[in-house]
Write a protein that binds this ligand. Structure first.
Ligand code: ADP
Ligand code: MG
Length: 455
């Protein structure tokens, strides 16, 4: 078998063994550089150092196993960075191959296209796929392949700074450039949509927005949760939605929570959203946070030591924007001081960006954040109510008051329905234990903490 045939067979085999997004992100652009008869080593080329490390750490076994299935003379696999590896951008015209270095040097403050509102800086090549977002990524890819037909609407939800805007905009950019006939894409935030509706009503020009929003192939609305409760806007959106949907036009929406959890969202809209595909983006795990930092470091040619990157990845957990914010500050600091950063300063920067210690959150604010999250009255948590559906929210509130505010058990019991301190201890222990086993619960708590810190 020829070398490239061998590699094609291996990739075909691996594609069946790992998730599609991971395959596309990490292996699609790999190549077999050489197979040495002398020692049976197969040398696999990846487009950059990070991909090299990632593939080595995660897929070595699979690669070796698969290679040996097709060619028993292979004894081991080694990895190398091959700069002329095919670029991951599928939409570049064939005659214009861009090397990775060149791609990395593209300015990041590219202009937003006034026709689509898309910012070209959001691409899939800079989007890391991991366990927290691979479903969302896969759903978006499916939509891109089959615009208007496969999942309609596609509804992506997840906490602040977890990549919703990046993913939606990347989808818009990809669709714009990959549909040769020219698909018209329009990206707006729900705020922008609302402003347009209000202005149209004021100026008596409803026809304008009808034309603007119904005359597209793909409508992307970011942060749709803000539409809840704005009756006229909801109505207009409902009609827009139907008009697009009936014509097989694609609708992609994002929100900070699931449709069922958006308060005051009209029932008919909720059911429309639920009629499509709903996927969530969860909090990134350590490995993924590390991957995001390392990619940034590589892409921007930053020098920063490995330990510092690992430290940041371990500390900043809730928000990718904050992860980037910390990195930027640290880089600035080390360049300015021209020295490695010491842990104390690093902690300071992390606290500054994530605001975990600087704020004095009151118990009242924290309790309200929990109540708001579950959409129940604050009083249900603070009075002696024994309603069954209050049990978990109250336990979570107890846990948060302990974990975030460090209040004493009796004090917490006093605040939450005059419970005995042993009840509080029991609740805190239960939640601490459950978090480690129940991912859904741990995501909920992260989201609530997010709210607590934002109050
Ligand atoms: P959201 O819209 O969910 O609040 P954003 O899309 O604005 O979050 O993401 C916040 C920042 O984190 C952006 O700079 C974005 O590029 C970056 N980011 C988010 N997810 C990823 C990812 N999976 N890989 C790389 N960067 C990401
Ligand atoms: Mg966003």
């Amino acid at each position: 078998m020829e070398q490239h045939e061998l590699w094609r067979a291996v990739l075909g085999d691996i594609e069946l063994q790992i998730s599609k997004p991971n395959f596309l992100t990490w292996l699609k652009h790999s190549q077999l550089v050489e197979k040495r008869d002398r020692d049976g080593v197969a040398l696999v080329g990846l487009p950059n150092n990070f991909a090299k490390e990632w593939v080595r750490n995660r897929y070595h076994k699979i690669i070796l196993g698969s290679l040996r299935t097709f060619d028993a003379s292979v004894k081991n696999v080694e990895y190398a960075v091959i700069h002329n590896a095919p670029t991951p951008k599928k939409d570049l015209p064939q005659n214009r191959k861009v090397s990775n270095e060149e791609e990395f040097r593209l300015p990041l403050d590219l202009k937003v296209d006034p026709k689509t509102n898309l910012n070209p800086k959001y691409t899939f090549s800079s989007f890391i796929v991991g366990s927290s977002n691979d479903l969302a990524y896969a759903a978006v890819q499916a939509v891109i392949k089959d615009v208007g037909k496969k999942y309609n609407p596609l509804f992506v939800y997840g906490g602040v700074g977890l990549g919703k805007t990046h993913l939606l905009q990347a989808a818009g950019n990809e669709i714009t450039s990959s549909y040769r006939g020219g698909a018209s894409v329009l990206y707006v935030t729900s705020e922008k949509f609302l402003n347009d509706v209000v202005a149209a009503i004021r100026n008596k020009r409803m026809e304008d927005i009808k034309k603007k929003y119904r005359d597209v192939d793909v409508l992307i609305i970011d942060d749709i949760q803000f539409i809840g409760g704005k009756t006229t806007t909801e109505q207009e959106f409902f009609h827009t939605f139907n008009a697009l949907y009936e014509n097989n036009k694609q609708i992609i929406l994002s929100s900070d929570r699931a449709p069922s959890a958006i308060p005051t969202l009209e029932e008919r809209l909720r059911s429309r959203f639920e009629g499509g595909m709903i996927v969530d983006i969860a909090y990134p795990d350590y490995e993924m946070r590390l991957a995001i930092l390392k990619t940034k470091v590589l892409n921007q040619n930053i020098t920063i030591d490995e330990k510092t990157i690992e430290y940041i990845a371990s500390k900043v957990q809730r928000n990718i924007r904050e992860l980037e914010g910390v990195l930027n500050k640290v880089v600035f600091y080390t360049q300015y001081k021209n020295t490695a950063i010491e842990t104390k300063k690093l902690d300071e920067i992390i606290n500054e960006v994530t605001q975990t210690v600087s704020k004095n959150i009151t118990a009242q604010e924290a309790i309200k954040a929990v109540a708001d999250f579950f959409e129940i009255p604050v009083a249900d948590l603070t009075n002696r109510s024994r309603k069954k559906e209050i049990v978990e929210p109250r336990q979570i509130a107890m846990y948060i008051l302990r974990d975030v505010l460090k209040l004493s058990y009796p004090h917490i019991g006093e605040k939450l329905g005059k419970r005995d301190h042993t009840t509080v201890i029991h609740a805190c222990e239960k939640i601490s234990r459950d978090i480690t086993q129940n991912n859904h619960l741990s995501q909920k708590i992260m989201m609530i903490k997010e709210r607590v810190f934002k109050t």
